[in-house]
Design a binder for this molecule. Structure first.
Ligand code: NAI
Length: 216
């Protein structure tokens, strides 16, 4: 078993946040940080941070803090960000176009290779220099261009059909925005993204604060 497979998913889900803050520190030429300072910035407790970061090496030193560069490099490796990935978007509507237009993913190593839709009115239009192609050409496209990640931005009722094409053609990971629980065989990874869940969390916090005020 390698180091990364021993790390729990709960820790993995916190790693991008560490990675983001450490990237910011690197940009500001800060070379070390204590768990207390990290805690103030990130919002996790200092002991949570020490526990999390102990999972993958001895980067913290008593009285010195964490070596930002080394920790950043290690987290990047664990998250697989030292590699490059190829992606396609299926569903070039509001969401698909927004994702295609965001250039930040490519800077992080996620390279968009194709955009597909079933609507003939969209086929041929260029988004971020990539021409939207007909969905019928997706299987052949994946065969000819090794694609690591399929980004699903189609309505719920089309999601499984498109996922099946990804699965059949050997796409390893599906970034699923459709509100649909996909059925996939072992070995295919699905990461569901639900912005509304985040919004509900926000609603909870606002609501709690209101209740607290009202009960004062
Ligand atoms: P939209 O209607 O603007 O775009 C959907 C596109 O998918 C259309 O261009 C349509 O022609 C295409 N499409 C439909 N069936 C297809 C198929 N079988 N093959 C290829 N293309 C197909 O919808 P919007 O607003 O972009 O939302 C897309 C999906 O994302 C929906 O499932 C929506 O519920 C979901 N969504 C999820 C969010 C999240 O936080 N996870 C946030 C916003 C939307």
């Amino acid at each position: 078993m390698n180091k990364s497979t021993m790390i729990s998913m709960a820790v993995v889900r916190r790693l991008p946040k560490y990675y983001r803050y450490l990237s910011e520190l690197l940009r500001r030429d800060i070379d070390r940080i204590s768990s207390k300072e990290l805690s103030e910035k990130i919002g996790f407790t200092a002991s949570q941070i020490r526990q999390d970061l102990n999972n993958f090496g001895d980067f913290g030193q008593q009285g010195y803090g964490y070596n930002v560069k080394e920790l950043h490099r290690e987290i990047s490796k664990i998250l697989g960000l030292h590699r490059e990935y190829t992606t396609v978007i299926v569903g070039a509507g509001n969401l698909g176009q927004a994702i295609a237009n965001y250039t930040g993913f490519s800077k992080q190593g996620f390279h968009l290779k194709g955009i597909f839709d079933k609507n003939p009115k969209l086929v041929g239009i260029k988004i971020n220099d990539i021409e939207i192609k007909d969905i019928d050409t997706l299987p052949e496209f994946i065969e000819n261009n090794t694609i690591d990640i399929g980004i699903l931005c189609v309505p719920k009722n089309s999601a499984q059909d498109v996922a099946n094409i990804f699965i059949e053609k050997g796409v390893q990971g599906i970034w699923n925005f459709a509100p649909s629980d996909l059925e996939v065989p072992d070995g295919i990874v699905v990461e569901n993204v639900h912005l509304s869940e985040s919004l509900m969390t926000l609603s909870y916090i606002i609501n709690e604060a209101k209740l607290l005020k009202e009960n004062k």
